[in-house]
Design a protein around this ligand. Structure first.
Ligand code: GLA
Ligand code: GLA
Length: 700
């Protein structure tokens, strides 16, 4: 049987089908008796599932002993899936080493900062730098690749699983050796390392490479640059593992694309995914909703960043949840409409695949309370009906597959290095959260109904009219030049407190803050003054600042004070400034205003940059608009962010799918039935509803 249509990223040269969304899940048949497998395939077909990620945690089953292999069951599953028209994203199965391996080779087990062994019992208990682990892992990858190279179900390789989820920081002797090698290649000489690490401080000067260690448990604050380099190294070490598995796969199956699931989600920060993206044939991401007032904004932010890390090209949503997870303190079920809305918001930001963890909810094990496509209740459940419904919606949206993100006019710059550096210890405040500040700006854009791209640092900025670089803490000289060039070229730059403070070695810039951005911003800060938790200051524009204040002197020409402090130690001094530079400008926000406070400030900054929202006024802030495009055609995704119906007066286009007040309106005649516009041209989104419109240029 040929596969149901798949997105171009998964298609084999001989596929010959029209593209469609990938829809599916992690599939763990080895947790179930044989008779369940037939029902699985039947239900997958019913739900519209056309791809599964298989064998992610199957090492112990595939290789029960060092020289014993058991592929029989996997052959059968692969054949069954293929017969059912379901394609396979086959895992390399290296995520969780089996007990026989860790018993024979305890030297593969990671070591914590305090020197404790991380024992088996959960998963991912392996050192990224262990040569022994690497050898066993690559043997397994080779065996799998050679066995399934010609299997018709195989459409992609899934390297390991969420590399670094549990094992990114390992302080073992293997790690120490690899860290030294990494440092030698970064610095060349010990002198250069001593300079970069500032080892004149606290008698830390190294005279032999063997003296250099990971930042293990220490008596007081460990050397900050050592910590930062260890973060860089640890991300690189896992990237090396990814490359090592990928090289085996590319050698045996050069035509099969290789991916690994990133974790661009929440506060997950240790892997520098912007730097990893070039290592995979397509970007995949796992996202889980964090409860709270910005839950949906955070989903959108993560999907947006993922899409831009993928270079605006389609990417693969490898995992999210149909409903509750099991690993938060309290695990809420998703509410009506959220399963589809959350999925389609990822699609809106460029996903060509919607997959879940996992297909069938486990009966045993640590994740038995984690939702799945088939819940404990079975297929006769509202959840499975919602899953099937989403499968249908994705088929309606097939024309969107393969289209790119349509760039916005504004961008938020996201920088892993600043994230790492700014949240280290022994800083002015331990309360600063880099990603939260970026997310607050993003929420302000959403509230104003203005599209924005969340882009990794290094993205060409010239295409944007306005660029916000919140807490851009680490600014090497060349970056300062680039930002200055952007502004003198007519761009509008916005940055914030604790930006431009250190160079790439985490050494403070001297002469006043914000270091190399001082002239550009036309301000000088001699001292910062963070606020204790719970304390706030009023600004004269009616906003309230927390976390941070700066003692700012406006020093440059053409500096406008947009708001001043009204209360607190800095009362009467500038709080928000903007310097005009030709047609461009450089603005600075010196305190944390939060999403609400930033909304007013951002409105003024956008106004000056001439950037406006594209939606009609009543929908702005309540509906998120994202746009995908291909060959001159635009696909508008309209996502109702509220729990109320929202009208979209004047928004027109061919409705590919819409969940309106009357239910799903579909190409193939859904419940809405009349074009989703109530017959009078007015599109009304259901609470948490989504509409996707095809629009041709020039159309109203
Ligand atoms: C991650 C893992 C999955 C599963 C889910 C649970 O995404 O990759 O194996 O543990 O979390 O949310
Ligand atoms: C102590 C130490 C100093 C310095 C200060 C910082 O007094 O003796 O070396 O670390 O703390 O407050």
């Amino acid at each position: 049987m040929t596969h149901t249509p798949l997105p171009p990223m998964l298609r084999r040269p001989d596929d010959g089908t029209a593209p469609g969304f990938a829809y599916g899940a992690d599939y763990n048949p080895d947790q179930w008796p044989r008779e369940v497998w037939d029902e699985d395939v039947r239900l997958m077909r019913e739900a519209g599932v056309n791809v599964v990620s298989l064998a992610i945690f199957s090492w112990a089953r595939i290789q029960p002993a060092e020289d014993t292999w058991d592929f029989g069951w996997l052959d059968e599953v692969m054949d069954l899936l293929h017969a059912g028209g379901i394609a396979v994203d086959l895992a390399t199965a290296t995520a969780s080493p089996p007990p026989w391996l860790t018993t024979a080779h305890p030297e593969v087990l990671p070591v914590t900062q305090a020197g404790e062994t991380v024992w088996p019992g959960a998963r991912q208990h392996w050192r990224p730098t262990s040569p022994v682990f690497r050898e066993y892992a690559l043997r397994l990858v080779t065996a799998l690749a050679e066995r399934y190279r010609d299997h018709p179900a195989l459409v992609a390789w899934h390297v390991n699983n969420e590399l670094g989820c549990h094992n990114v920081y390992d302080y073992s002797d293997d790690a120490a050796r690899a860290f030294r090698a990494w440092l030698r290649s970064r610095y060349g000489t010990l002198d250069a390392l001593n300079h970069a690490w500032g080892t004149a401080f606290w008698s830390q000067r190294y005279t032999d490479w063997e003296q250099v260690l990971p930042p293990r448990l220490a008596a007081s604050h460990p050397n900050p640059t050592q910590q930062l380099d260890f973060k860089r190294f640890s991300s690189d070490a896992l990237k090396e593992h990814l490359r090592a598995e990928r090289e085996v796969l590319r050698r045996v199956t050069p035509e099969v694309p290789v991916t690994t699931n990133f974790m661009i989600t929440g506060e997950s920060r240790a892997m520098h995914y912007a730097d990893w993206a070039a290592e995979v044939d397509f970007v995949s991401n796992d996202h889980y909703v964090r409860p709270g007032p910005q839950a949906l904004d955070e989903l959108s932010f993560s999907a947006n960043l993922t899409g831009n890390i993928a270079g605006g090209r389609p990417w693969f949503l490898m995992e999210h949840s149909t409903s509750a997870v099991n690993w938060q303190p309290i695990n809420r079920a998703k509410r009506d409409g959220e399963l589809a809305r959350d999925s389609l918001l990822h699609v809106a930001h460029g996903a060509d695949a919607v997959c879940f963890f996992q297909w069938r909810q486990s009966a045993a094990g640590a994740e038995k309370y984690h939702s799945a496509m088939v819940p404990h209740a079975g297929a006769d459940s509202a959840l499975f009906r919602a899953v099937t419904d989403l499968g249908r919606t994705l088929r309606d949206l097939a024309p969107v597959v393969g289209s790119d993100r349509s760039p916005a006019r504004a961008a938020i710059v996201f920088d892993w290095q600043s994230w790492w550096a700014v949240e280290q210890d022994s800083h002015p405040t331990h309360l600063l959260r880099y990603r939260q500040e970026a997310l607050d700006w993003y929420s302000a854009f959403l509230a104003l109904g203005v599209r924005v791209d969340v882009v990794p640092l290094g993205t060409e900025l010239d295409r944007y009219d306005l660029v916000v670089a919140p807490v851009l803490h680490m600014v090497p000289g060349r970056l300062a030049k680039e930002l200055t060039g952007y502004v003198t070229g007519g761009g509008h730059l916005v940055t914030t407190y604790f930006s431009g403070i250190v160079d790439e070695n985490d050494h403070a810039w001297l002469g006043g803050y914000p270091g190399p951005l001082r002239d550009l911003l036309g301000i000088r800060v001699e001292e910062f003054d963070p606020l204790p938790d719970g304390e706030s200051v009023e600004l004269d524009d009616g906003t309230t600042g927390t976390l941070w204040t700066d003692r700012i002197a406006a020093t440059g020409p053409d500096v406008e004070v947009l708001a001043s402090y009204r209360t607190g130690e800095q009362a009467g001094r500038p709080a928000i400034t903007r310097r005009r530079v030709g047609d461009g400008s450089a603005a600075y926000v010196s305190t944390r205003l939060g999403a609400d406070g930033l909304t007013g400030v951002l409105a003024r900054l956008l106004d000056a940059a001439g950037v406006t929202g594209e939606l009609p006024e009543p929908a702005r802030g309540r509906v998120e608009l994202t746009v995908r495009e291909r060959d001159g055609e635009a696909y508008w995704f309209l996502v109702n962010r509220t729990d109320e119906p929202v009208e979209l007066p004047g928004v027109t286009g061919e409705v590919l799918a819409a969940r309106t007040a009357d239910g799903w309106d579909r190409e193939d005649g859904g419940d809405g039935g009349d074009g989703g516009d109530g017959g009078d041209g007015l599109l009304v989104l259901a609470p948490r509803g989504v509409a996707v419109l095809r629009r041709t240029p020039g159309a109203p």
